[in-house]
Ligand binder design. Structure first.
Ligand code: NAD
Length: 255
């Protein structure tokens, strides 16, 4: 254990923890000596493969389901830190986007944020302390054709974090958003347009590198571990005066 004292023995909630940024955030918190991780993901079996040293409470469920949060409020009385991160990407121009895809995206990405944030804040309000990070996206700041549902959900996530920060400051709780650009995670592999791109470039890494080169001034995507460390900074005492902000970590995409 190499961590800073504010995490030792505390309880952290991470949603979307089975993969990508969420799994990396769980590993980062584990390395800081967190006491217990409450990990939520729709892919419950994948939560068993994270190899964490701390106490872990894995919970399988859909973040947009209010009954999941009711159960969590009964079973998890203490939440000191929260990384609200579960999300899905949806593509399609508005003229081709059906209401089911729109609602699904808003439901997971925004209802899920609201419900998980409400649960975390209820616990933190009782304790009169805590810190939360919501994973938004540069898509919530900069427009890109074909991302209406995803971008709308992420812009709303940034504003949700700001309003929550305005409300929670009086009970000693900080809330920030992070807006990554491209990050090398499984979210790309879940998009149906990605497999042909991998074939075209002769490999997954090559496809991601080509996309990053085209779209990112710094010329590369972030790793999940890099974004997790930035989330960790926002949770830590080093960010004690930072609340209601959105940390843009996009390699310059939004310049
Ligand atoms: P990922 O697909 O690797 O991880 C997302 C996790 O969320 C998965 O484990 C998945 O099972 C879980 N999940 C999906 N729907 C869920 C639901 N309804 N209930 C509970 N869990 C659910 O992707 P990632 O890149 O690590 O994404 C994490 C967050 O980062 C998302 O909010 C995403 O929008 C955001 N983000 C990602 C990128 C990127 O380039 N990868 C960029 C900007 C923002």
């Amino acid at each position: 254990m190499t961590g800073t004292k504010e995490f030792a023995g505390r309880v952290a909630l991470v949603t979307g923890a089975a993969s990508g940024i969420g799994a990396a955030a769980a590993r980062w918190l584990d390395a800081q000596g967190i006491g217990e991780l409450v990990l939520v993901d729709i892919d419950r079996p994948a939560l068993d493969h994270l190899n964490l040293g701390c106490k872990v409470k894995p919970i399988g469920g859909d973040v947009s389901d209010p009954s999941l949060w009711k159960l969590l409020e009964r079973e998890v009385p203490q939440i000191d830190f929260a990384v609200l991160n579960a999300g899905i990407a949806t593509n399609g121009e508005i003229t081709d986007l059906d209401i089911a895809a729109w609602r699904k995206t808003l439901s997971v990405n925004l209802d899920g944020m609201f419900l998980s944030l409400r649960t975390a804040l209820r616990a933190m309000k009782r304790a009169q302390s805590g810190a939360v990070v919501l994973t938004a996206s540069v898509s919530g700041i900069k427009a890109a054709a074909g991302t209406a549902a995803y971008s709308a959900s992420k812009a709303a996530t940034i504003q949700l974090a700001k309003v929550a920060a305005a409300e929670a400051a009086k009970y000693g709780v900080r809330i920030n958003a992070i807006a990554p650009g491209g990050v090398d995670t499984g979210i790309w592999d879940r998009a149906e347009w990605f497999a042909p791109l991998v074939e075209q470039h002769g490999g997954r890494a090559e496809a991601l590198a080509a996309m990053a080169k085209d779209a990112t001034p710094l010329g590369r995507f972030a790793s999940a571990d890099e974004v997790a460390a930035q989330i960790g900074f926002l949770l830590s005492d080093a960010a004690a005066t930072i609340t209601g902000t959105c940390l843009v970590s996009d390699g310059g995409v939004s310049l």
